[in-house]
Design a protein around this ligand. Structure first.
Ligand code: SF4
Length: 516
């Protein structure tokens, strides 16, 4: 979006207004693939009706079904994989190839010569995936970013491992590659080489998050062998963004009014290993926490055996690092975790959680599990339920196992019937609901800093907000029903509030003072 914006496209979240439609896709589990395909088909209707001239499909679905998309949905004009981000400009007709086209995809414009109808410099309008861009920021967040420097960047066919000497991998990643971890042979049409793309602080960004909040991706790819997961096949080997690049981007964002930064990556706790940085994530958090004006800093997706004492000490030491840890555990039965190729089990996890809670008192813990992994027995589910009762997570998500071609688990026997999977999922969620309800009752009377996000969708009389114990979009909500005499609240501002009511996952609060 940042690239399109800088090239002169005017972004809109309304597909009926767009000349160029871009659907950014996901494909790591069945439901994500289905949602992606449904959205492409929905957008294709605007092409058929003539209101849109181009339909571009981007993202992980392309990495998986590159040829298939083109074959099955003729309305699609171009596909752009995760490793060829900059090709979006050519696909949209906002750049002219100087020589032979460098990307693997062809643009099937009406002229059929790989050129789009919109000429460079001409104003164009692009719509984005309607979910990703429901509330696009119109503050032009990307506009003032420095222009790209001389650092080589990947595009099209150049985004291969061989052609980007700057990208170094961990020896673990190289070893896993030799063992076939990243193979895509089972995916017909996934012809493109593994992506190596990494954005940097000079890559323009167009923020779609509320003004006060932003995500920073600190690394891409993953070297773990989890047998249910095809993300490494889609995203490639683990590689970290340069330390200085992440810090520079954070400074730029804070200078633009961002007060909350959430660090993401498939494997954030591995950050810096490929760059030879010891305790990379902790060192990065130290550097980012020192940025004046940054109120909340957090990271998501910790790998359980990489939660070091140094990392916990760093979270505890800085007031502006949220006391929040998201650690997807996937299961608790040692037998299931072994076949998942993740190892450990309930006992080890309970020790880890104890260590985390004693190092960072009051920390909110989030996890997610997969139920219905091949071979999962009623006894395994029993182990998981006992663990959930004991661990008392603040936030918990449960995914149904999705049997993905190309994953290690795909060839396993003893697949669990879908009905059983759904029943196990419902049961686990019900269990967590009662745990959460009891825990939220303990919140009543607490005074917390709340970030006001805006009017509730349900009624304008209520506002929605979050505390440091809620990550954006994923956890429960704080509903604010009393503004302490203020006529209204300001979105993106922080207030002191007292929790007055608790529900299963959400709480209600009244403002005491602020904005802070
Ligand atoms: S660590 Fe996460 S992204 Fe990496 S293989 Fe395992 S589940 Fe997939």
């Amino acid at each position: 979006m940042g690239l399109l914006d800088r090239a002169g496209a005017r972004l809109t979240a309304h597909p009926e207004e767009a000349e160029i439609l871009v659907v950014n896709t996901c494909s790591f589990i069945d439901t994500a693939k289905q949602e992606s395909v449904d959205t492409i088909l929905e957008m294709a209707r605007f092409k058929t009706s003539g209101s849109a001239k181009k339909l571009i499909v981007a993202g992980c679905l392309v990495e998986r079904y590159r040829d298939e998309i083109r074959k099955s949905i003729p309305e699609v004009d171009a596909v752009v994989g995760t490793g060829e981000l900059e090709s979006i400009l050519e696909a949209a007709g906002l750049s002219t190839p100087t020589a032979a086209p460098v990307s693997l995809f062809n643009i099937l414009g009406s002229n059929g010569h790989g050129h789009a109808e919109v000429r460079p410099g001409q104003e164009s309008r692009a719509a984005t995936h309607k979910q990703a861009a429901e509330k696009p920021s119109t503050d032009g967040a990307g506009a003032g970013y420095p222009q790209r420097g001389s650092r080589p960047l990947n595009s099209g066919m150049q985004s291969t491992q061989a052609s980007d000497p700057e990208v170094k991998f961990r020896s673990e990643g190289n070893l896993r590659e030799q063992q076939g971890r990243f193979r895509r042979d089972d995916w017909q049409g996934a012809t493109h080489l593994l992506p190596t793309y990494l954005y940097d602080e000079q890559t323009p960004r167009f923020l779609t998050t509320p003004k006060s909040s932003a995500y920073i991706k600190i690394a891409e790819g993953c070297d773990h062998p989890c047998s249910f997961c095809v993300i490494p096949n889609l995203r490639g080997k683990f590689r970290s963004r340069r330390f200085e690049s992440v810090v520079a981007e954070a400074h730029q964002l804070v200078a633009r009014g961002v007060q909350e930064i959430t660090l993401i990556g498939q494997d954030t706790t591995c950050y810096g290993e490929d760059l030879g940085i010891k305790d990379g994530l902790a060192t990065l958090l130290d550097a980012l926490a020192a940025i004046e004006g940054l109120r909340w800093l957090r990271f998501l997706y910790a790998y359980p055996n990489r939660i070091t004492n140094r990392l916990l000490d760093t979270i505890a030491r800085h007031d502006n690092i949220c006391k929040y840890l998201d650690v997807p555990l996937q299961h608790a039965s040692p037998a299931v975790l072994k076949t998942m190729k993740r190892g450990a089990g309930a006992d080890i996890f309970l020790k880890t959680l104890e260590k985390v809670r004693s190092a960072v008192p009051g920390i909110a813990l989030r996890t997610s599990f997969i139920v219905g992994f091949p071979g999962e027995s009623a006894a395994d589910i029993g182990v998981l339920e006992d663990f959930v009762k004991e661990a008392k997570f603040d936030w918990l998500g449960v995914f149904s196992y999705s049997d993905e071609e190309g994953s290690g688990a795909f060839s396993l026997d003893a697949k669990v019937p879908q009905r059983t999977i759904e029943a196990r999922k419902r049961h686990l969620m019900k269990l967590q609901q009662s745990i959460s309800k009891r825990a939220k009752q303990q919140w009543i009377g607490r005074e917390l800093v709340v970030l006001a996000e805006g009017e509730s969708d349900e009624t304008p009389l209520l506002w929605e907000g979050r505390t440091q114990f809620h990550a954006p979009e994923i956890d429960g909500k704080v509903y604010i029903n009393d503004f302490a005499g203020l006529e209204t609240l300001e979105p993106g501002r922080f207030y002191k509030a007292e929790i007055s009511e608790a529900h299963d996952y959400d709480v209600v609060a009244k403002v005491i003072s602020g904005p802070l």
